[in-house]
Design a protein around this ligand. Sequence first.
Ligand code: GLY
Ligand code: MN
Ligand code: MN
Length: 436
Amino acid sequence: MPDTELLSLQTDHLRILQQRYQQALEAEGYDALLISSGAAPLRYGDDQAWHFQGYGPFLHWTGLTGQEHSWLLIRPGERPVLWLYQPVDFWHATPELPGEPWQESMEIQASERTEAPALGDIGKKEGVGKLAVIGDPACLSGVGGDHNPPALLAALDETRVHKTRYEVACLARANSIALDGHRAAREAFLAGGSEFEVNLAYQRATGQREADAPYHSIIGINEHAGTLHYQYYGSDAPKPPRSLLIDAGVRFRGYCSDITRTTAGPSDPRFAALIHGLDQIQQRLCSMVAPGVEYIDIHRKAHQGIAALLSASDLVTGLDDEAMITEGVTRAFFPHGVGHLLGVQVHDVAGKPTPPPADAPFLRLTRTLEPGMVVTIEPGLYFIPSLLEPLLAGPVAKHLNQPLITELQGCGGIRIEDNVVVTDTGFRNLTRPDGA
Ligand code: GLY
Ligand code: MN
Ligand code: MN
């Protein structure tokens, strides 16, 4: 999509946000809302700060991930006012805004203060009326108004559930950039690279340093692929390289991609076959995405698919698919939820208006799908010793192919994750735009 089209969609996006926020504020009895962008806290006992990425509602309006100590005022029927923190500072660069059309939808002021703006002289003489202020409480002390009122926060979270066309376009771009990274990562692995080198290849191809990415990339070679959120980068390439699991995304104008791919090494055809089997299941799950579908049903369908795959691959024998699910066998191989909402946060808000059911305690999305939602579909199949050992010591042990499990434990596990939009009639897979 040419940038002019994207930029014009952004203007529409802001118009839609103005309406959604107006409704939420009126429903909760507020005349104005002040949003803090936040600020990176210092590490305890240190003068170094954690990486900063910005508060969700501020990103929803501005997409500006690097703007600390900035403030945005929203009022029904009025142009938003954005105070951008722009100190005179010879230690740090001051973020500069490239001129773009969205800035005409707001009044933008530079500020050298980290504190909230004085609102007394804004709008009517008597000030802005009943004010809510939202953001990291560490940034709000001394600011007037109601801080983070829960009902309003819940209503504002709801404004992020149905993505505008602008947001879907940004998520699509975040996918296409990350896919370049995934291709480079796979090549680096197949060329014998270590986790560290795979990470370098990913960052080089995406042009985004990890501090700006939506989450720390998960890059596991061999048994490390079996740790769901493996957080280190080994600098030695294990020999032989049997598997790579990489779960990595990028941000584009604040919007996140969240993609996982698993690759088998050249000497592991059985593992490669398992990856192929899980990929087919994953594609079927993606094609279930449609308005009116219960997301929990996609999660449960994943368990059915994994049960069938465990049978077909001889990992489990003599136990029917339903029994594998009720006996907790599939849960031991696939312990997490099938996915979540995606947006300006990788695990986007408002996914659980109702808590997850007992058979899916880690599921982050319990809603009925509706057009405009963007979800991940990410089934997995892992060989995690701490989850498999109780099964191997229990009554279902006789159904488990222990030698094969032991052999494949060295490959860690598989996850395949795509980002999927619920359309008016079905789905659009942003991660496989050509159906590949
Ligand atoms: N990358 C974290 C997740 O897939 O949820
Ligand atoms: Mn992921
Ligand atoms: Mn995910």
